[in-house]
Design a protein around this ligand. Structure first.
Ligand code: LLP
Length: 388
């Protein structure tokens, strides 16, 4: 992220906090890194990481397709004009609405179990998701390729599902694998691709190998790419990838203001963002880099705590900070993926505004919600005025 600290404070003053800020140059740079590592592979952005329409439009204009896992995500893809070859419809429990929308838009379906062969719209293009049954070095909630996971068909079943697709008149493009998220050890990918490669003798040549996403920040992208390319080549297949986090995480920062401090057994910096704005620390024990935007030497270790009435509402623990004061700003980094996307209106908290930094200026890409936005879909009973 290359936004100057003075611009961050100006944004906090102008748009209020908590605030999600994105650096457009870093979004472009991340896509360039993916394309340079993966060469001619087709890129489908896993929009769950950050489905903001401004980000989707930018990626769509750059030629990227989308991987969608809900009717709402398919609607976003259609809204920005991504159909046909630019659209993947995925998910372990797709609804009728997703089959119908995917069929209407000419999407490629990722088949997650044999039963789906009969549920797809006629003459669909499809990939078969394979679970390589591997232990992966990430948080349990983020591992999708382990033997006990709900995703995909077994290595054993995969060739028969490809045959069943063909027999049902679908176009069986090939195989799909996605072993989990935030994986930094390239060896996990090597192991997974190796298990898929072992299927070559039973599947014959395939048109497409889709290796999903899951690359942790700081993972050896070129190493992962080389293994993916070698596996695709063994199938005679074109390579597809589905990065989410890698494309957007580093472009995003959550700005939050210190509301006050307190010392009990521990030292707390109380801030105006918490589990409702950034759930990852609470849900996965995720560590996001914390940068104080006020000067001074670190004077102690502080827990960064949010405003929710839950003890787990901590954004970080034991962070070295110069003595914080009310109104000081904290930047929480690597928040562009699964940050705003997983924010909630719990406690009738208004979801934060989101702004994009480009050419030295800010553009609002999502306005801050109001309490009325939060309850807009609720229906009140009539005739129940305050009894007194
Ligand atoms: N493809 C498939 C089939 C996926 O399920 C996912 C993510 C991706 C691609 C993109 O994975 P990525 O490159 O972003 O790791 N909420 C969690 C992450 C859940 C990811 C779910 N699937 C978090 O905050 O870390």
């Amino acid at each position: 992220m290359s936004i100057p600290p003075s611009a961050l404070s100006a944004a906090a003053d102008r748009f209020g906090t908590p605030l999600y800020v994105y650096d457009a140059a870093e979004l472009d740079a991340a896509l360039a890194r993916v394309r340079s590592a993966f060469g001619g592979a087709r890129v489908y952005y896993a929009m769950k990481a950050n489905p903001n329409l401004a980000i989707l439009r930018r990626l769509h204009a750059a030629g990227v397709g989308f991987e969608c896992v809900s009717p709402g995500e398919i609607a976003r893809a259609e809204h920005v004009g991504a159909t046909g070859e630019r659209l993947l419809v995925n998910g372990p429990a797709k609804s009728e609405a997703e089959y119908a929308a995917g069929g209407r838009l000419g999407a490629t379906f990722i088949v997650d179990r044999a039963e789906e062969v009969a549920l797809l719209p006629a003459h669909s293009r499809a990939l078969v998701r394979v679970n390589p049954a591997l232990q992966v070095s990430t948080h349990d909630h983020l591992a999708t390729g382990a033997a006990g996971s709900k995703f995909g068909v077994t290595l054993e079943q995969a060739p028969a599902v490809l045959d069943a697709l063909r027999a049902a008149g679908h176009e069986a493009l090939g195989l799909h694998v996605h072993i989990g998220s935030a994986i930094r050890d390239a060896g996990d990918f090597t192991a997974a691709f190796g298990r898929l490669g072992d299927l070559r003798a039973r599947t014959g040549e395939l048109r497409v190998l889709d290796v999903g996403g899951g690359w942790g920040l700081g993972a050896d992208l070129h190493g992962i790419a080389r293994e993916a390319q070698a596996t695709a080549a063994a199938f005679g297949a074109e390579l597809w990838v589905e990065p989410g986090r890698y494309l957007v995480a580093q472009a995003g920062t959550l700005l939050t203001r210190i509301v006050g401090t307190k010392r009990t057994g521990r030292a707390f910096a109380l801030v105006d963002a918490g589990m409702t704005e950034l759930l990852r620390p609470m849900l996965y024990g995720a560590a996001h880099p914390v940068t104080p935007l006020w000067p001074g030497e670190a004077s102690g270790l502080w827990d960064i705590a949010g405003p929710a009435c839950e003890s787990g509402d901590l954004l970080a623990r034991d962070v070295p900070l110069p003595t914080p004061g009310r109104g000081d700003l904290i930047a929480i980094g690597e928040a562009g993926a699964y940050g705003a996307a997983m924010s909630s209106a719990y406690l009738t908290r208004s979801r934060p505004a989101e702004v994009m930094w480009e050419h030295g200026d800010w553009t609002v890409i999502r306005r801050r919600e109001t309490p009325q936005d939060v309850w807009a879909a609720e229906v009140e009973p009539s005739g129940l005025d305050a009894g007194n």
